[in-house]
Design a protein around this ligand. Structure first.
Ligand SMILES: [Mg+2]
Length: 351
């Protein structure tokens, strides 16, 4: 049982009713990273309703190659819940389902209050991979003052040439993050870092080596002045804790949507004062809004959430899907629950 997450806010059990819906969002262009090609983002939107007919939303947005559960496993878990369940069940979601932990706890916490987003949060925009980044530069530099570029996709010679062009054409106040998705080895990471150390506009190099090469990444962080950020190495709260215990004091890229229970995540980050870059798991506005309103604190780092331009659909389409889900809701849950309780008190059988 999660020791921080206590859903029993009142003395009586809190009953919830769940609806869920699979979504699929195609990318405008397939997204290429060192992990492979990603054509569409699939996830699950959750709608929960309590006995007071308060309705809220959550989202399960897994990325299995980052170590989260698969979409199939998440759907299976949603189907395994009864139509009505007690909120305490959420705290029992196992650590093997971190995206479900996030989706259900965030939906449940969103029942409580309406939080307005007053913070003006700067975003980092994601450039297309490879030399396509060059064509996108004029458009994206108008929108973002920090950009990220995926490396370790083409040959290092081609990419260093593209980098030279990117740096020459970036506005002087724009910062650039490089993300290798664990695709370099120690020698090529050193080559990249030598170039980065000569380029003050480079903010950090993200996940240069695979997850199992932690001690080499620690060494790189000590040998170069360019900061190194861990991403794949800290995908879940357990990994975050393990890496911190092994002495990582650099930057942590946190994809809250796949990390696990948000209450645990926030507590660990605050207790240990971690340097966090909040980052998108390519979730919809549902999960993003929760992250921005409940987790993100003012920071020197732009949020790695500038990804809307990657999708072929729009924010409006996302919202229409949610409205459709609401319309399918039907009779009020509280009325059904009251009728069930009356029947139980009267000793009637429920049919
Ligand atoms: Mg990354």
């Amino acid at each position: 049982m999660n020791r921080l997450f206590k859903p029993d806010r009142s003395s009586k059990p809190e009953k919830l009713r769940l609806k869920f819906r699979l979504y699929s969002r195609p990318f405008r262009l397939p997204l290429r990273t060192h992990h492979g090609v990603w054509r569409q983002r699939e996830g699950v939107l959750l709608q929960i309703q309590d006995e007071f007919d308060r309705v809220s939303y959550g989202e399960i947005a897994p990325i299995p190659w980052f170590g989260s559960e698969s979409i199939e496993r998440a759907i299976e878990f949603c189907h395994s819940l009864p139509a009505e369940f007690e909120a305490a069940k959420i705290a029992e979601i196992p650590d093997s389902l971190p995206a479900c932990q996030f989706g259900f706890e965030s939906a449940w916490r969103s029942l409580d209050r309406t939080v307005t987003l007053e913070k003006n949060l700067p975003y980092c925009g994601l450039l297309p991979t490879g030399s396509s980044a060059i064509a996108a530069l004029p458009f994206l530099t108008k929108t973002y003052s920090t950009l990220k570029w995926k490396i370790a996709v083409e040959s290092i010679e081609e990419e260093l040439e593209s980098l030279e062009y990117l740096l020459a054409n970036l506005p002087k106040t724009t910062r650039l993050r490089l993300d290798a998705n664990g695709g370099l080895d120690f020698e090529t990471a050193q080559r990249w870092l030598e170039v980065c150390d000569r380029s003050p506009q480079i903010e950090f190099l993200e996940q240069p080596l695979p997850v199992d090469r932690f001690s080499e990444m620690l060494k790189l962080s000590q040998n170069f002045s360019t900061a190194i950020a861990l991403d794949e190495s800290v995908a879940t709260i357990a990994q975050l804790q393990a890496v911190h215990a092994q002495g990582w004091r650099g930057i942590y890229v946190v994809k809250a949507a796949i990390a696990g229970f948000p209450s645990q995540l926030r507590e660990f980050i605050q207790t240990h004062q971690l340097h966090v870059v909040w980052s998108s798991a390519l979730e919809t506005a549902i999960a993003r809004r929760f992250i921005e309103t409940h987790l993100v604190e003012p920071s020197a780092f732009a949020l790695g959430m500038g990804v809307d331009h990657l999708f072929a659909d729009s924010h409006l389409l996302q919202m229409r899907s949610i409205a459709l889900m609401m319309n399918r809701y039907g009779k009020k849950f509280s009325e059904r629950l009251a009728a069930t309780r009356r029947q139980a008190a009267d000793g009637q059988c429920c049919s």
